[in-house]
Design a protein around this ligand. Structure first.
Ligand SMILES: NC(=O)c1ccc[n+]([C@@H]2O[C@H](COP(=O)([O-])OP(=O)(O)OC[C@H]3O[C@@H](n4cnc5c(N)ncnc54)[C@H](O)[C@@H]3O)[C@@H](O)[C@H]2O)c1
Length: 329
């Protein structure tokens, strides 16, 4: 089985190549180019393609892949909001993903963002390098005995909830499908979570229903001085409304690993480019916003699990076994 890996970086190659000999019959070609309409034709002669969170797998791209005879899309990530499932279904293309490769990797990054945004460690580091030992602008708040509100208590949300509990926080949560086994947190309505949380962390997937879940109305319901963290998907937050909320001093701190507009830039060095959009720069202009570039997943353990599950998914497809990680349209 031949798989074309789109948009690969050296770390992808390192982790996949290490275990490839354990999967006889699978051949991989890594290319740096990401997938979009113009690059879909490169998949001619391949049974499958492998893509990541920043891939364009909209209907025209799926149509082009189907034309080249691709039968399988291997997402080397958990989210699949960028895949047009109506189009894959129409062409009988299977989509497999890697659910829960390391929930702790993302949850630990969510807490890192909350702590950095709150305690300004990123600024303190820069200040000290300049021999500036003053504490101006560095004051934070204690998390101990405060309330953490987790939106979406799947694998990552649960891991974040456990971390918050470990910090001595009261943990409340909102999920469409509450998990009765989680006895260390209390499920509440979304409105109650918004009104009572000191730290809100987003962990639900991006769907039609959750798009712009954080908007002018929901921001208005939040406590003044709330800390907001998003490591899920940028589209969960209506960025213009977030910017208005920040300007109105609603937030003590905001930590974002994901943001609308990220697809064009994420994982690329744009330091020599003239940027054609300004959302990220506007967000970063605020002293209480900390951002990273979709790196929540980026730990050795997670990359290793991603490689293993992706190749196992491919092997299951090749050997006509049950596809337990299939995304159903
Ligand atoms: N930053 C990163 O590097 C990174 C890495 C992996 C995943 N993610 C994101 O994290 C998200 C969560 O991942 P997961 O593995 O925990 O997923 P999961 O499927 O285990 O959990 C998602 C939870 O959200 C809940 N949910 C769905 N719709 C909801 C709604 N409308 N309101 C409230 N809750 C809702 C589900 O019931 C489920 O409990 C992914 O969808 C992905 O977008 C980000």
């Amino acid at each position: 089985m031949k798989i074309l890996f789109y948009g690969t970086k050296n770390y992808d190659e390192e982790f996949f190549e290490k275990i490839l000999p354990d999967y006889p019959g699978i051949q991989i070609k890594f290319i740096e180019a990401n997938i979009y309409e113009e690059t879909a034709s490169l998949s001619k002669g391949y049974d499958a393609i492998c893509a990541f969170v920043n891939a364009d797998l909209s209907a025209p791209v799926i149509d082009a892949l189907a034309e080249q005879g691709v039968k399988l899309i291997l997402m080397r990530c958990a989210g699949y909001n960028n895949v047009d499932l109506t189009a894959t279904h129409k062409h009988g293309i299977h989509v497999l993903r890697v659910p829960g490769y390391s929930p702790e990797a993302v949850a630990e990054h969510a807490m890192a963002l909350a702590l950095t945004a709150n305690r300004h460690t990123h600024k303190a580091y820069i200040k000290l390098r300049e021999n500036n030992f003053s504490l101006n602008g560095l004051m934070g708040v204690n998390l101990y005995h405060k309330t953490a509100g987790i939106i979406g208590t799947g694998k990552i949300g649960q891991a974040m909830a456990r971390i918050c509990k470990g910090f001595g926080m009261k943990v409340i949560a909102y999920d469409l499908y509450p998990n009765k086994n989680l006895d260390f947190l209390e499920y509440v309505s979304l409105d109650e979570l918004l009104a009572t949380s000191d730290l809100i962390s987003l962990h639900c997937p991006l769907t039609d229903e959750t798009k712009h879940l954080v908007n002018a109305k929901t921001i208005d319901k939040m406590k003044d001085g709330v800390i907001l963290v998003n490591t899920s998907r940028g589209g969960l937050i209506k960025t213009e409304d977030l910017i208005t909320g920040i300007r109105e001093h609603k937030f003590f701190a905001v930590g974002l690993d994901v943001y609308e507009e990220e697809t064009d830039y994420v994982y690329e060095d744009m330091s020599e480019e003239i940027m054609q959009t300004s959302l990220i720069q506007r967000l970063l202009s605020f002293p209480n916003v900390t951002m990273t570039s979709h790196q929540g997943f980026f730990t050795k353990e997670a990359l290793s699990n991603i490689a293993e599950t992706t190749l196992q998914n491919a092997a299951d497809f090749m050997n006509q076994k049950e596809l337990k990680n299939e995304v159903l349209s």
